[in-house]
Design a protein around this ligand. Structure first.
Ligand SMILES: [Zn+2]
Length: 264
């Protein structure tokens, strides 16, 4: 079989990361080549050879392979940020939806480190840049910071929504008269409820949603919207109905995270 030209789509200093990326692409049916490239050290005091491992794929599937590698890097990066900021909690939690879960993402911890939040927004911005929109919308509160930073990075406008009298609405005072298409940014996607409320309130204002970007999709890809979803990390976190919870049966103490901040 004739093979096309190979192109390098990523470079790795760590051979394990290179092998991981290679096996992932092979699972998708790619012909992958790892190529060692010797790097001349710029510091004469560093002895020995330095190699970067080049990940190569056939030229005609370059874009497709890059997309898979970007997904892998985003996943890895977000997982690292969450664990570095101690945002991924293990235990027995009662969620806002009323369901119980063994893991909880304390998303506010990520926002406490603006540098980490900025880096996450850079990745969100890269995932959104090919979509057409004039403005980035975030639901209060977590979505505000992320939508603002992502809008800034992409050179777009920014607005936020909030619940007023139990109805999601665009914060009064924002001028949307020139906005036609938007991207929605949310921190964690659990049931998709608030994103759907944002879509609804925008559609009432005659505004179309081009894409939805989230840091973490807790549904593991199960939730679908009327617009494409870009998530940096997809995590399938087991949840149970409160009256059929594995952890309740085992007698594990239940915690209700963030409850002290929520008005009924
Ligand atoms: Zn339980």
């Amino acid at each position: 079989m004739e093979k096309g030209n190979l192109v390098t789509i990523a470079s790795y200093a760590n051979p394990f990361e290179a092998e991981l990326a290679k096996s992932l692409l092979e699972d998708y049916g790619f012909d992958v080549v790892l190529q060692n490239e010797r790097i001349m050290s710029i510091y004469p005091s560093i002895a020995g050879d330095m190699y970067m491992i080049q990940l190569q794929v056939p030229e005609d599937r370059e874009e497709e392979a890059k997309r898979i590698i970007t997904d892998l890097e985003d996943t890895d990066y977000v997982s690292r940020i969450l664990s570095q900021e101690n945002a991924l909690l293990e235990g027995h939690f009662s969620l806002t939806s009323g369901k119980h879960s063994s893991r909880y993402i304390e998303k506010i911890k990520v926002l406490q480190n603006p540098h980490a939040a900025h880096d996450l927004c850079k990745r969100l911005a890269a995932r959104l840049e090919d979509y057409q929109f004039d403005c980035v919308v975030g639901p209060a509160y977590g979505g505000i910071v992320l939508a603002f930073e992502t809008a800034y990075l992409l050179g777009k406008g920014f607005v936020f929504t909030q619940r007023k009298d139990d109805k999601m609405s665009i914060r009064s005072g924002f001028d949307l008269s020139r906005v036609r298409k938007v991207a929605i940014i949310e921190d964690i996607l659990t049931t998709g409820g608030s994103v759907n409320e944002v879509i609804q309130c925008l559609s009432e204002a005659g505004i179309e949603v081009s894409v939805i970007g989230v840091l973490v999709d807790r549904s593991g890809g199960k939730i679908q919207f009327t617009a494409p979803l870009e998530s940096l990390l997809s995590l399938e976190i087991p949840t149970w109905e409160a009256d059929d919870c594995e952890l309740c049966k085992q007698g594990v103490p239940l915690t209700k995270p963030g409850s002290s901040d929520k008005k009924s």
